[in-house]
Design a protein around this ligand. Sequence first.
Ligand code: SAM
Length: 339
Amino acid sequence: MKRGFLNSAKSKAIRLGSDAGYGSSSTIGAPSMPTPDLSSSGTETVILPANAAPDEPVTVCFFWPGSKEVLMKMPGYPKPLRKVSEPTFRVGEAGSKGLGLFATRALSQGELIIDEQPLLISVRGVPVAVPAMLNQEQTTKYQLREFEKYLEVVLKKMRPADREAFMSLANSHLTDGSGPIAGRIRTNSLGLDGLCPAMTGPMAQYSSVPHYISRMNNSCSPNTTSNFHDASISYTVYAARDIAEGEELTLSYSDVWDTAANRQQTFKPYGFVCACDACRDPISSDRRRAKIRAFVPSVRMWAVNRSLPDDWLINKCLEQIALLEQEKLEGEVALPCRD
Ligand SMILES: C[S@@+](CC[C@H](N)C(=O)[O-])C[C@H]1O[C@@H](n2cnc3c(N)ncnc32)[C@H](O)[C@@H]1O
């Protein structure tokens, strides 16, 4: 997931990128103040769905104006969460990757594992008037400090159990000036866009933080795929291939089509070096992934070149399936290279 963003219902859920956009918000706008007034930043906090019963999940939304209306007008809103037949996962004991999610039973390819509403959907920054004498690093820290004050107000709107769940999440941003709330958002959030038609650029994208999906560790050959659904304001996680009982459930924090070296750069702000099979054998894996991405152009070539027999295409398809299985990328869409 270099974290492509979500454009519509059923858009792919990808982690936001731990460094994406934070501390880069505009320096114009409302002056900072000790207890921020959310409306002065142009934002609002809403709890959705509005009429949820106390035992039904809700999402605290720290939104730019207009997003609430976009969500509420989605066809089918508010759609109930999809039912998962029997328990599918548990949060495992802390290991070398911290906590993680594990399958409690064998799961079949395509099976629904989780459907959950995020605890929080948040803007990625607020306009802050920064004192002129600050250098770049001081400016970023100042903006993060101001943002944290807004987030404190927002978090007070969470139900106590949800707030506790949020504050128990991992935080890999302990030394860069992020406060405890922004740090957890940066460590765990999935990107969300398409909810803010009046804005463009990084600030039009939201960070959303689910509870259980936040516990999923990275693999560059993830065994799940995830999507956001506007009408239920929820993320689904499906098995990308058959998963054995006890196996760790993983998702990808980076673009799996990126080279192993570039993916490791993406993981730096999360504070880990990925040691999945693909990252342990980067030369062979990069080569196979590049071949997988060359598949669509080769189909196009077959379509326009009448001298290529059908067998040529069938062999390409068989080779593609074998490569996808070798790289364990059954759930990923192989986008052709743009370069
Ligand atoms: C979104 S959280 C994932 C859940 C986390 N392990 C926990 O204890 O809640 C991201 C953090 O998990 C850890 N992590 C995720 N994937 C990892 C991996 N493949 N190897 C090592 N650590 C990983 C890193 O500490 C990262 O900052």
